[in-house]
Design a protein around this ligand. Sequence first.
Ligand code: PAF
Length: 282
Amino acid sequence: MLCFHTIEETRNAIKLARQEGKKIALVPTMGNLHSGHIKLIETARKHADFVVASVFVNPIQFGPNEDFDAYPRTLEQDSKKLSEQGAALLFAPSAAEMYPNGQQDQIRVGTPVIANALCGADRPDHFGGVTTVVSKLFNIVQPDVAVFGEKDYQQLAIIRQMTNDLCFPIEIVPMPTIREPSGLALSSRNGNLRPTDVEIAPLLHQNLNTYKNKIITGQRNFVELEKEATQILESHGFKVDYFSICDQRSLNRASAHQRELVILVAAKLGTVRLIDNIAFSV
Ligand code: PAF
């Protein structure tokens, strides 16, 4: 597997692959790769002949009091895993390579309305940081397809809209969430959970299932259901940012007659912020 830290070397290698007629896939990551990321690579390999993975802990998508410094950085292990999975190229730039004019003076890509609620409500610059870095990665790699996980449901929706609105000629391939046997969605942040919180964390997914079933069996007072679910999680030690029953397309809070639903949750255990979601039709 090729491994480059500069845009120029990465572009040159991809140019050669393209000249050889290869179809290019991009899997953007922030590293500390787990089985969920491995599945992203597997999926990418099904769609393309030359898989590029990026590992970059993107500073501009973290708020001032968030876990940028604590975010796990394990490039050597990541590189080994990517190579074993058959990735063709690892692009692991520095912040200076990605933001040569400094982070403040970087031109930012905007975000659509769906970025304002949920994770965007408490993290006002987060999705702008994501759209900016993903646009840059799209321009550097110019992939035919790019693979993103459904665990970040709102991020996936924003990236889909950005790809359409800005006319990137890239197919966005979604990948279902990979879970521990306990139901806990895999996340690079899970490793930072305190041992006691590891036992509690799977309740997040269990709760989503419980409330999906309540809705499917006819309960329609979504405001009450959200309140109840939040209280249950908080009684187990979660600090809930949101537990929201939304319309799948608009990501607005769903009204009782809507049928294509997604429940999204974000909650902290100690300092670790976990997110999860469940989409379903009624
Ligand atoms: O989902 C992530 O890991 C990040 O938000 C992404 C898409 C790699 C951009 O930094």
